[in-house]
Ligand binder design. Structure first.
Ligand SMILES: NC(=O)c1ccc[n+]([C@@H]2O[C@H](COP(=O)([O-])OP(=O)(O)OC[C@H]3O[C@@H](n4cnc5c(N)ncnc54)[C@H](OP(=O)(O)O)[C@@H]3O)[C@@H](O)[C@H]2O)c1
Length: 324
């Protein structure tokens, strides 16, 4: 099969199209013919081995152990192992295959059935491939860490990227009043997917305008933790999802110290893929409550260009790779 392979860490130019062995199928696995995949910040971290400690966490000290990247997948089931119960050949599926051996920037993947869900018929393969990682992160950040409730004032910082565009729509699906923070260029898009208010970060600092929020999801952005704390209501919750390495450490180390047992909470989300949440998101897609925002689609052979674009530009929503 054709796959995008990398044998050393580096910039997107180290990715190249190669003919490799089609993955084997064991009794517990589903063989998926990949129709589309999408790029996540995690793929870029694994491509560049940045931050450095990634190399010490099983990804490979001097070179990548897994030579095919790609976590989000959508495609058609080609074959199933003997013990697979939920799927059959011909089913259209999508899922998050992080850590399962196969990467999705390839023509086929073999994965356990628990990583997959049936694709709703109202979304394309490209749209479905944009969903799993970013939407699950947004869902778990808002619902599990942020305890989002109807009527609450929720602010999404970094609202125009992969995680942010899902976070706007999922918070709306939970009945919250949503304020999106993004650049001038993306304000109209944020409104079009449901944001009640939009703040242009190049013109206004939401941590200094005197407004307070019950829940802030930091999908991206550059504010220090103390500024986020200032923008919370007395019982508000701040959830860190993404940003600069310094913000990760601040949130992990200082967050618990700044949290009050009976008041504000400063916490973070680390996405954990599970089929229950994928099915929850699947229902939101099927009901039309969530619609993926796609910046652009690149053919498999142009994956390096897609990574350059993802790294250097500010993608609006997701960058997708069309494999078929
Ligand atoms: N915790 C987890 O489990 C988990 C899972 C997935 C991803 N992440 C992390 O989440 C972060 C975002 O991921 P993503 O896929 O959404 O990335 P992305 O698509 O690259 O999102 C970047 C977005 O951030 C916005 N942005 C840039 N500077 C900003 C600023 N100063 N203020 C507000 N927004 C700003 C950009 O908006 P404009 O274009 O409008 O400037 C851009 O649309 C990454 O750091 C990633 O590593 C974490």
């Amino acid at each position: 099969m054709k796959a995008i392979v990398y044998t050393k860490y580096g910039p997107p130019d180290v990715l190249h199209l190669e003919e490799v062995k089609k993955p084997a199928l064991n009794e517990e696995q589903v063989l998926v013919k990949v129709h589309a995949a999408s790029i996540n910040a995690g793929d870029l971290h694994m491509l560049t081995a940045d931050p450095f400690p990634l190399r010490l966490t099983g990804f490979g000290l001097f070179k990548p152990k897994n030579t095919i990247l790609g976590t989000d997948v959508a495609g058609l089931v080609e074959a199933v192992g003997r013990n697979v119960k939920q799927f059959q050949p011909g089913d259209a599926v999508f899922g998050d295959i992080f850590g399962l051996g196969s990467g999705s920037f390839a023509e086929y993947v073999s994965v356990p059935e628990s990583a997959l869900a049936l694709k709703p018929s109202n979304v394309s393969f490209e749209e479905a491939a944009a969903v799993p990682v970013a939407a699950t992160t947004a869902l778990q950040g808002l619902r599990d860490k942020g305890n989002v409730q109807p009527g609450q004032k929720v602010l999404i910082n970094g609202a125009s990227g992969g995680v942010g565009t899902f976070a706007i729509q999922i918070a709306k699906a939970f009945g919250a009043e949503v304020t999106a923070v993004c650049s001038t260029w993306n304000m109209e898009m944020a409104r079009s997917i449901g944001a009640d208010y939009v703040i242009d970060y190049s013109k206004e600092d939401f941590t200094k305008n005197g407004r307070h929020y019950d829940l802030i999801l930091a999908a991206n952005g550059y504010q220090p933790l103390s500024a986020y704390e200032r923008a919370l209501t007395p019982h508000g919750i701040y959830v860190f999802s993404g940003g600069l390495p310094a913000q990760i450490f601040q949130s992990l180390l200082l967050g618990p110290l700044m949290s009050k047992s009976d008041g504000r909470k400063m916490t973070s989300v680390m996405k954990k893929a599970n089929q229950k949440d994928l099915l929850f998101i699947r229902d939101l897609l099927a009901e039309g409550k969530v619609k993926p925002v796609i910046d652009g689609c690149y053919p498999l052979s142009k994956t390096p260009e897609a990574f350059w674009y993802f790294e250097k530009e500010h993608p609006r929503g997701k960058v997708v790779i069309s494999v078929v």
